[in-house]
Design a binder for this molecule. Sequence first.
Ligand SMILES: [Zn+2]
Length: 433
Amino acid sequence: MRLKPWQIIVVGVLILAVVISFFFFTRPNPAPLKRLVEKPEFQNGSEYGNWLKGEILPGKGFEDSILAADGFDLRQAMGVVNALRGEVDFRRLKAGQSFKILMSPDGKQIVKFVFQPDMITRHSLVWNREKKDFDYKLTVFPTTKRIRLVEGSIDTTLNQALKDRGDVSNHVRNIANGVLECMVNFRRYARKGDQYQLLVQDRIYKGEIVEPSLVLYAAYRGKRTGFHEGFRYEDGKEGSVWTGHYNKEGKALVHSSLRYPLNRIHVTSTFGWRRHPVTGRKSFHHGVDFRARNGTPVFAVAKGRVVRAGFSKLDGNMVVLKHMDGTRTYYLHLSRILVGKGRLVSAHQEIALSGRTGRVTAAHLHFGIKSARGKWLNPLNVRMIAAAKLSKKKLARFRNQVEEITTKLNHELFLLHRFPDGSVGVTASLPRK
Ligand SMILES: [Zn+2]
């Protein structure tokens, strides 16, 4: 019997289906994801044998994460912890960071321990038999710097625009938002079509970004907001409190979370003329009232000195802070004061508990800001509270860095020219604007 062409096709498809399903079903299951601790596997040719892999467990330190691996006792775990103390900042351990351990053949001694908190940093411990202690070694793999321009326009918020891009990490997004929030009241004035521009410096290792990236420059241009820009200043010394973002005049752009005296902000009465809730008369309200249950922690909005801590009939228990630039902040109607007069407090330090002391109808926090010249300001419009300013020497250093950053920015803009029709092209002849 001769098969017709369509029968050949059907048979062919059937055979193909059988072959494909054979491969599909007989393929070994995908290996389970390496979680927590990998079962020891023997490595031929290794001096000792078994490398054990582990990772920092959520909410745990080295000790518990090592103990979670089979066959380790507290003595061994503590040996590693003690050897790394002073070399690794234990407070910055993050779940998922990996380590590996090599045991002696009798399983009694850790002979090698390697901790790799990120792609480029490696802390190694090697057991020294004579010293009966670990030798420590730090290896940092060299990275290359990469500058990139991140720009676009917003639909709803800057935060959302940066989130939607996919090429901006949470870290960069938070910094850019924090810096620009100091100068722009997004909630009131952000409009669709407003533009942002960031200059980001990445560190690259084997083609991948090693976080955290730096935000060298952040700018915002909006219909209602006008143009604002902030620059990153590097103070030189590691961990210097002065390293951060500043406006062109050298005024610090402090992250927004430090600007408010409460963790949750809900305004119950705004700044300005109002009918007084108790007297019923028209009076000027020299601050804002925030909703706060009795006993809610109250924080200093910036670093400063306590110039008043006491009671008055109208204001109740109150704290007044004087900040580095002469601004004063007022916290009234407190139930408890936690700082004494003359004391220096840091930004976001808990200074009191809110309450309903003085002339009030209900518990709340009254918060006021007075400028160095003695003028009451609307706290909701103050974008930078008592911001530290760079001093002469630091300011000169900052100005140099602003120039360097501007050069880098102009170079990027020169390479990536946005034409009026929105297309992107490389140009050597068209300067921007
Ligand atoms: Zn008030």
